[in-house]
Design a protein around this ligand. Structure first.
Ligand SMILES: Cc1cc2nc3c(=O)[nH]c(=O)nc-3n(C[C@H](O)[C@H](O)[C@H](O)COP(=O)(O)OP(=O)(O)OC[C@H]3O[C@@H](n4cnc5c(N)ncnc54)[C@H](O)[C@@H]3O)c2cc1C
Length: 377
């Protein structure tokens, strides 16, 4: 049981945010800006954030050409443009909030490798550029076949190369470090190792219960508003929402001697992505090889997909170039019936921003801003 002192001084807040990923920390910063004199607490179950924000690839991207063509096939043109604009706005907000230096933002080029299977995209680039022109002010996609040989990619697979002219890359570790530092600087409290078991909404407050593994007990924090930013893990707190987890497998090589490319790259309709990072190659993806197994919130490895990633490195990305793997990791994304995040007021006290798909670095800051816009003091 909490002591009298603890109960009096440590458990009452104006606003509590669940989750210290990019969305949760951005939401806390937005809350503090909107309600400067009020106490804001972030509760994070991991010692470090343990979802996707420190486990992703650091693409500051709005989507490859084939992904956007796929969006245009599945939703109206207006919706596809709205999603693109959301990602663009989110990235702008992130860069302004933290500064490019602090997040390691660079524009070293963004490309998509086009194999015979995606050749259809070539005919549709002009139309895609036309649709996006009002947002980007220049053609977003152009052919860059002249760079295939210079980058050293396998020419049998890579029949064309499409360059995206409005994307960049960042350092996800620096980004999350800078967000955490900013939150602390603004006077936001962050408690890690605080696994939220459940919450109860009462007429004048919300009670948020956490499992404390050290004390081996569950106790409650109270707040006026509770914002749920737990992405793939949201069903634990809101069982009725539609969120499906999707695990992403990643590996990174040791520095590769004579590496011929920089920048970020997609292939196979965005299911695979790789980039240069400190002279190494970071490669992830392959969820489409085993959707069923990867529909999980467990952080384990999928040997089949990891082996496939290595093979793609060897055959497509670094043919005839020796490399060794430094480390591997996984992260958990959240998907739904469409690619739009859920940003919702569940009541006048409970709010949520989650289901960021594979583009939460881009979408996250704007999703948090939109959610906090709904929050009443
Ligand atoms: C392998 C991989 C590569 C990716 N690459 C990119 C990319 O290049 N570009 C891009 O834009 N996006 C990318 N993404 C997606 C992006 O990382 C995510 O969409 C984004 O990080 C989601 O942020 P979030 O804050 O919503 O969720 P998360 O970062 O998952 O944060 C949620 C937090 O909530 C905490 N939490 C969960 N349940 C509880 C609870 N009950 N109590 C307390 N805390 C809890 C978790 O521990 C976690 O820290 C990638 C994702 C993965 C996995």
């Amino acid at each position: 049981m909490l002591t009298y002192w603890e109960q009096q001084s440590f458990t009452h807040y104006h606003h509590i945010v669940a989750g210290a990923g990019i969305v949760g920390l951005s939401a806390a910063i937005e809350l503090k800006a909107k309600f400067p004199g009020q106490r804001v607490l972030v509760l994070e179950r991991g010692v470090l954030p343990t979802g996707a924000s420190t486990r992703n690839a650091g693409f500051a991207c709005m989507g490859s050409a084939t992904e956007l063509l796929d969006d245009l096939n599945n939703v109206s043109e207006a919706e596809a443009v709205r999603l693109f604009a959301w990602r663009k706005k989110g990235l702008e907000l992130l860069r302004v909030r933290l500064g490019d230096d602090k997040i390691g933002y660079k524009e070293n080029g963004s490309y998509e490798l086009i194999s015979a299977r995606e050749a259809y995209a070539m005919e549709k680039l002009d139309r895609l550029n036309e649709v996006l022109l009002p947002l980007v002010g220049k053609p977003a996609y152009k052919l860059a076949n002249n760079k295939i040989a210079a980058f050293g990619f396998d020419a049998t697979y890579t029949q064309s190369l499409i360059e995206n002219t409005c994307e960049g890359e960042l350092h996800s570790g620096m980004m999350m470090r800078a967000l955490t530092d900013l939150a602390i600087e603004k006077g936001i409290e962050i408690k890690t190792g605080a696994d939220i078991a459940r919450f109860e909404e009462h007429p004048y407050r919300v009670e948020v219960f956490i499992n404390d593994p050290f004390r081996k007990e569950t106790y409650g924090f109270t707040c006026n508003t509770f914002s749920i930013c737990t992405n793939a893990f949201t069903k634990q707190l809101l069982p009725d929402v539609h969120v499906e987890p999707g695990r992403g497998q990643v590996l990174i090589t040791h520095p590769v001697k004579g590496l011929k490319f920089k920048g970020i790259y997609h292939f196979d309709m965005g299911y695979y992505y790789f980039r240069e990072l400190d002279g190494r190659v970071l490669l992830g993806g392959g969820r489409n090889l085993d959707f069923k197994t990867e529909n999980t919130t467990s952080f384990g490895f999928n040997d089949h997909i990891q082996a496939d990633l290595e093979q793609k490195l060897k055959e497509i990305i670094l043919p005839r170039t020796p490399f060794t793997i430094d480390r591997r990791w996984t992260g958990i994304m959240a998907f739904g019936a469409n690619k739009f995040p859920v940003v919702q007021a569940f009541s006048s006290r409970v709010y949520g921003a989650f289901r960021m798909g594979g583009m939460g670095v881009a979408l996250g800051s704007e999703a948090a801003r939109m959610m906090v816009e709904m929050v009443n003091g």
